[in-house]
Design a protein around this ligand. Structure first.
Ligand code: ADP
Ligand code: MG
Length: 708
């Protein structure tokens, strides 16, 4: 036996184990977040170059990558201007000549490489220069010798990886080649065999092999670009399948692990409350409430998401749910993202609570001293039945006596952790999540895949048309004229000022400037400024005066974004609209069109506007439907940044793309849920590797470690 200890190779091995990776390259690779072998397997090319088809020089097309074989007829340094040295090579084949230019080079190496008469394979993108000639800047070249076929670079489809300074594309290709050679045999299959057979998937190791170094057939290059090769499809499926298996597992077992309290529903309190309402519930509200009541009647805690566009009447649904908790002698809580919204809910709910004799409390960050102590005391003693608050609800100091139900409004503003923290304040309370952010189905299935979902897809009757217009730069006057004419008709207006940076103070400064210029321009109008730095009392006063129509124009920072309900307001001016995200614009627009009158959303934009900015303006003008807008947003931004998905517990996807791969997602989801039905605990031996992989992928995200 050898004295040095031999360790079995594994995919967790550090990258230094690979031939060609010394300490220096390892550091560079670390910059790319590559530490273990497995990271490298998943370090997928971000594009491919098709070098498999040989061209001739006369067939070169500007701006199209091409590979051709040619002879060097001359080479050397030329000067462009006085200082700029360029290395130029003239290539020739039987059809013609073309030139290549190198701006960064080592003269000795170049002279050696490009000797006259040398025959090379050249790969590059010809462009047309100022003198209207074709030239190729920095082509890749490879010598042709009789016995060697060039291994990785030429004559095939070549992967292109993201790289970092000091690490050449060629080195990365070499490293990956070495990784695959040594470690592919260690790649274990995670998809159960029957699934592999039914879908005719490639094996996992073959998929890795081909995704890095695709064998080329006629259509391969095109398929690669569309992520449609068998290797890509297999890896995409795998990623989505693992996530969905985790979600299916979690959903299946949530009820077994947690037992809460079954509620009696539709009690007298609720009937009483519904009688107090000045309107009839919509069909959609009734349907969603029926879903909720069915959940509440079970011991398994409710875990339901309500999706409903801005203004469709989620608050009433929340209230009836809260009152059901109260009717069952439990404490309940409503968590919302901003203080203003918490205050507004409090003011709205208060009359009903007073009429029904229910103790209500408001908890926000501004609560101080004796008042705070008293409020906390009443929550702890159980006297308070409904607590409304911001995320300050989850702080340590707040202890509920018997929290049985929690509602979280505008969920996308909270992370999973806050949501779970609120749940931990009680003994497996029923949980209702409400979001006005229309999450595209594909994302919803991934982020909220373990929740039950109800759609509130109907607006209360008499909803008004909202016209959306974009005004560029100097046209802003027109927007304000329109505002003035609406105010003359007795209506009111919001003017929202942009987010400057992540700094509230900067926002405020911009808002003050806009506020002052509006005041100056319309001295006879009562204009008021509201922002997050104002004291609670002052804000409440302003909101109350606005509601009473004493204030005509409310200038605001984005604090009013969510939830504010002023039916008489018919104008929403958004200053610097180009700086807002689509979801935010849509939310803001939802503040108007809530009363009897047609409304206007006026987007004032300033140059320069990015392409994305323009796309957002267009999307706002063409659609009022939140789901369309969300799909559009997802396309413009990509799933990574979509509306706080980073914090919502979605693992970062390595290869799948929730827009492009929606079909694969559907199949993966179906298969995953079917599998968990067949083998709820993933006990069967053929599912062991799958189980490990799910744990590895989702352990941190879904607290699966505790549950499997
Ligand atoms: P969101 O879903 O954005 O939270 P809200 O709950 O604030 O919407 O409701 C928007 C407006 O619609 C409120 O003024 C509310 O009183 C009103 N509303 C809710 N349900 C109905 C209904 N069934 N009929 C008429 N008006 C309703
Ligand atoms: Mg709301």
């Amino acid at each position: 036996m050898n004295s040095t200890r031999w360790k079995k190779p594994s995919l967790d091995d550090p990258i230094q184990f690979i031939k060609g990776v010394g300490p220096k390259k390892a550091l560079l690779l670390q910059k790319l977040q590559l530490k273990a072998i497995e990271d490298l397997l998943y370090f997928l090319p971000f594009r491919y170059e098709d070098r498999s088809q040989l061209k001739t020089i006369s067939n070169l097309i500007p701006d199209e990558f091409a590979t051709f074989i040619a002879e060097v007829t001359s080479s050397g340094i030329i000067y462009m201007g006085r200082r700029k040295r360029v290395f130029e090579v003239i290539f020739q084949d039987e059809t013609g000549t073309t030139r290549a230019k190198f701006f960064r080079f080592n003269e000795t190496n170049m002279m050696k490489k490009f000797q006259t008469g040398e025959k090379l394979i050249v790969f590059g993108k010809p462009t047309v220069n100022k003198r209207n000639q074709l030239e190729i800047v920095h082509p890749d070249t490879e010598r042709i010798t009789d016995e060697t076929t060039v291994p990785l670079e030429i004559g095939k489809i070549v992967p292109v990886y993201h790289t970092t300074e000091g690490l050449h594309q060629k080195s990365i290709r070499n490293i990956l080649n070495n990784v695959l050679e040594k470690y592919l045999p260690l790649v274990e299959e995670v998809i159960p065999e029957d699934l592999l057979l039914r879908h005719k998937f490639l094996s996992r190791s073959e998929a890795f092999n081909q995704v890095h170094f695709p064998a080329s057939e006629d259509h391969t290059a095109k398929d690669l670009a569309k992520f449609k090769t068998p290797a890509q499809k297999r890896l995409i499926f795998e990623e989505l399948f693992l996530i969905q298996t985790g979600l299916a597992f979690k959903k299946k077992h949530a009820g077994e692990i947690q037992t809460g309290t079954a509620f009696k529903t539709r009690g007298d309190l609720i009937k009483h409350f519904i009688n107090l309402l000045p309107f009839q519930l919509t069909k959609a509200q009734k349907r969603v409430l029926a879903d909720i009541m069915e959940d509440l009647e079970k011991e398994k805690p409710m875990n339901r998401l309500i999706q409903g566009d801005v203004g469709c009447g989620k608050t009433i649904v929340a209230l009836i749910t809260l009152f059901t908790g109260v009717d069952n002698e439990k404490q309940t809580a409503l968590m919302v993202p901003t203080e203003i919204l918490a205050e507004q809910h409090y003011l709205n709910i208060r009359p009903y609570c007073d009429a029904l004799g229910i103790e209500l409390a408001l908890v926000t960050g501004t609560l101080k001293g004796k008042e705070r102590e008293a409020v906390y005391q009443d929550i702890e003693s159980g006297k308070t039945r409904i607590t409304i608050g911001t995320h300050s609800l989850v702080q340590k100091e707040i202890k509920f006596k018997n929290l049985g139900l929690a509602v979280v409004d505008e969920q996308h503003r909270f992370g999973v952790l806050q949501r779970e923290a609120l749940g931990k304040k009680g003994n497996n309370p029923h949980l209702l999540i409400m979001t006005a952010t229309p999450i595209p189905r594909s994302l919803a299935l991934t982020i909220y895949g373990d929740m039950d979902v109800s759609l509130l897809d109907e607006f209360p009757p008499g909803r008004q048309l909202i016209t959306t217009q974009v005004f560029y730069e100097k046209q802003q006057d027109k927007a304000y004229e329109l505002m003035e004419s609406q105010i003359k008709l007795g209506r009111q207006a919001f003017v929202v000022c942009p987010l400057i940076e992540e700094s509230e103070l900067m926002d405020l400064k911009a808002a003050v400037t806009i506020f002052e210029s509006i005041q100056e321009r319309f001295p006879e109008l009562s204009v008021c400024l509201i922002h997050g730095k104002l004291k609670k009392e002052e804000r409440q006063k302003i909101m109350a005066r606005f509601l009473k129509k004493e204030i005509k124009v409310l200038v605001s920072t984005t604090v009013i974004e969510v939830g504010i309900d002023i039916p008489n307001a018919t104008v929403m001016i958004i200053e610097h609209a180009e700086r807002f995200g689509l979801a935010q614009l849509h939310q803001l627009r939802g503040r108007v069109g809530r009363g009897k009158h047609a409304s206007h959303c006026l987007l004032v934009s300033y140059f320069p506007i990015s392409e994305e900015g323009k796309a957002r303006m267009r999307a706002m003008q063409t659609s009022r439907d939140g789901f369309d807008i969300a799909e559009e947003d997802l396309k413009i931004r990509g799933p990574g940044d979509f509306m706080g998905t980073r914090q919502s517990g979605l693992p970062i996807l390595k290869i799948a793309n929730l827009i492009r791969d929606i079909k694969i997602l559907d199949v993966a989801r179906k298969e995953a849920f079917a599998l968990i039905d067949r083998d709820p605990n993933l006990k069967n031996s053929e599912n062991q590797l799958l189980k490990n992989a799910v744990q590895r992928l989702l352990g941190n995200h879904l607290s699966l470690m505790e549950t499997i």
